[in-house]
Ligand binder design. Structure first.
Ligand code: G6Q
Length: 545
């Protein structure tokens, strides 16, 4: 189906007009006019209670946004993704992360072949390995049990695994240590291994391509560290290194037995891969059963996204609200505020998912977009953020839509902590929406000169995403919710949310500069004058120039 350019769609013009009206309406008015608003602008499905009533919308806004989704061909595009069409057009690839969590008896075709059996074959091999390692059956080279697992990977091969490990720490095997090395900065590796015994350490080299500079540098350093600790016996590699990759040739070249390799496929994007074999560290930490429970959570959200009408579709609504603020109110960022300490790495994970996916300036067919695309996602867990940057959200000059994520129950019920935590979620969204008028501030006896400082304008939009508890399944649902919200936004903007050409230029330039920093003789530098001077100065500071 051919879809008209975004700004030519009838719903776009209608939304523009509608925004002129809505931008002057305060959430106080919307709630006063509609007493049931807090129960009507809510969707509950797949174990998620999604309250979007504290947004600057009314029924008409919603209708128009859904019309925009229809005119953008969202339904067709969802079907195309699940059908395995090559919707990642610039890389000519299918986008089938949904197959990673499909049940055993499902059928999802890629180039005419059902990929689900392959997915489950890898999951079964991972489970077998996890059981052997966790039970102590798999031993290190010197016959000792493996107690430490280090995942070496970067970007999509790191952020998901770290986030999931932190999120599900409560479910993890506490007698084992899990660490994650990503940065090419040697400090990352040095600090990760400084107190570890090589004889008890397993490295997972996670890299889709197995050519990524940072990961291969860290993997080589890990091999040196291991061999130095095990008297240089190269046969030790087989017991202390496993690989997760799509590139068997490079894995073998590195010296890892491909029997110890867990594969995935080019239809899994790096930032969509935490539920593939890239999640091996997660499975080792929480065990195969909980890993499968997480996949089931993902799958529930996939099914919801695929089948729920747009009016009741959580990722669709979330994505459309983001478009509403981004393209009509000119909001530049979205804050994600999990009130759950275990989700401390969730905002960092989402930064890649959202910004690498939707940070694009041309449409899928290569035309300049002419409107804003992906907003900046950022955040920190509550309540910590309240004591730092919330000031700007409450009283600054910018509009920052926020997602508040909360869980009714905690894994660590200590005294009154959980109720205090939750009280803060509800207090913040209430304060952001309704503020405090000058009249209210004055009535409290505040002197006139102080009133402007103490008044809160309110009208700051928020979503509240409430779940029962942070279980493996809940994590799967939450991640899939954001994945599909990103998809919804990318569809409206007509961009390719699944490529990442923007990371290439810096990589290529770094490869050129490395030898210029390393060479003993003064290199001939052909960069701009700033880069040349920085390289020279750096060589001097480290004593090589
Ligand atoms: C994610 C990106 C990127 C990628 C890393 C690591 O979508 O493609 O973050 O995951 O560059 O790549 P490898 O897994 O190939 O090492």
């Amino acid at each position: 189906m051919s879809v008209p350019a975004l700004r030519l769609r009838p719903a776009w013009a209608l939304l523009k007009q509608h925004h002129r009206k809505m931008r002057r309406v305060h959430l106080r008015q919307l709630f006063a006019k509609d007493r049931d608003r807090g129960e009507r602008f809510v969707v509950e499905d797949a174990g998620i209670y999604f309250d979007y009533s504290k947004n600057r919308i009314n029924g008409e806004t919603l209708q128009l946004l859904i019309q925009l989704a229809r005119e953008s061909g969202l339904r067709e595009r969802i079907d195309a993704m699940f059908r395995g069409d090559k919707i990642n057009t610039s890389e000519k690839r299918s986008v089938l992360h949904v197959a990673l969590r499909a049940p055993r008896d499902a059928t999802i075709l890629h180039d005419g072949r059902n990929v689900v059996p392959e997915v489950h074959a890898v999951l079964d091999r991972m489970a077998d390995f996890a059981n052997r390692l966790r039970s102590g059956d798999w031993k290190g080279h010197t016959g000792r049990r493996i107690r430490n697992v280090i995942n070496i990977g970067i970007g999509g091969s790191d952020l998901g695994p770290v986030m999931a490990y932190e999120a599900l720490r409560h479910y993890s095997e506490r007698s084992m240590t899990f660490r994650f090395v990503s940065n090419v900065d040697g400090t990352d590796f040095a600090e990760a291994v400084r107190d570890l015994d090589p004889g008890e350490t397993l490295f997972i080299v996670s890299s889709k391509t197995f050519t990524t500079l940072e990961t291969m540098t860290n993997a080589a350093t890990a091999r040196d560290w291991l061999l130095a600790g095990l008297e240089g016996d190269a046969t030790a590699i087989a017991k202390h290194f496993v690989a997760v990759s799509t590139n068997a040739g490079e894995v073998a070249k590195f010296g890892i037995d491909t029997a110890n390799m867990f594969g995935f496929w080019d239809w899994v994007g790096g930032r969509y891969s935490m539920d593939s074999a890239i999640g091996l560290s997660t499975m080792l930490a929480i065990g195969p059963d909980d890993f499968r429970a997480m996949l089931e959570g993902f799958h529930q959200m996939d099914e919801h996204f695929r089948t729920a009408p747009f009016e009741r579709n959580l990722p669709v609504l979330m994505g459309l609200l983001s478009v509403w603020y981004n393209n009509f109110f000119g909001a530049q960022t979205v804050a994600v505020l999990p009130y759950e300490q275990y989700l401390k790495r969730f905002p960092a994970y989402l930064q890649q998912l959202t910004m690498e996916s939707n940070g694009k300036q041309v449409t899928a067919d290569g035309r300049a977009v002419g409107y804003d695309t992906g907003p900046i996602y950022w955040g920190e867990p509550g309540t910590n953020g309240q004591h730092s940057f919330y000031q700007l959200i409450h009283q600054g000059t910018r509009l920052i839509p926020c997602d508040f994520i909360a869980f009714a129950r905690t894994a660590n019920p200590l005294g009154r902590h959980q109720d205090m935590l939750l009280a803060n979620v509800f207090a913040q969204t209430e304060a952001l929406a309704f503020g405090k008028t000058a009249r209210q501030v004055k009535a409290e006896g505040t002197p006139d000169w102080l009133v402007p400082h103490r008044r809160f304008e309110g009208n700051r939009p928020t979503n509240t995403i409430l779940l029962e508890a942070l279980t493996p399944a809940a994590l799967g649902k939450l991640v899939a919710l954001y994945e599909h919200s990103v998809f919804t936004q990318g569809t409206i903007w007509q961009i390719d949310s699944f490529d990442q050409w923007g990371v290439e230029l810096g990589k290529a330039l770094a490869r050129r500069i490395i030898p210029e920093l390393e060479s003993t003789a003064d290199p001939e530098l052909g960069h701009d004058s700033s880069t040349n001077a920085l390289i020279r100065r750096c060589r001097k500071l480290k004593g090589s120039g």
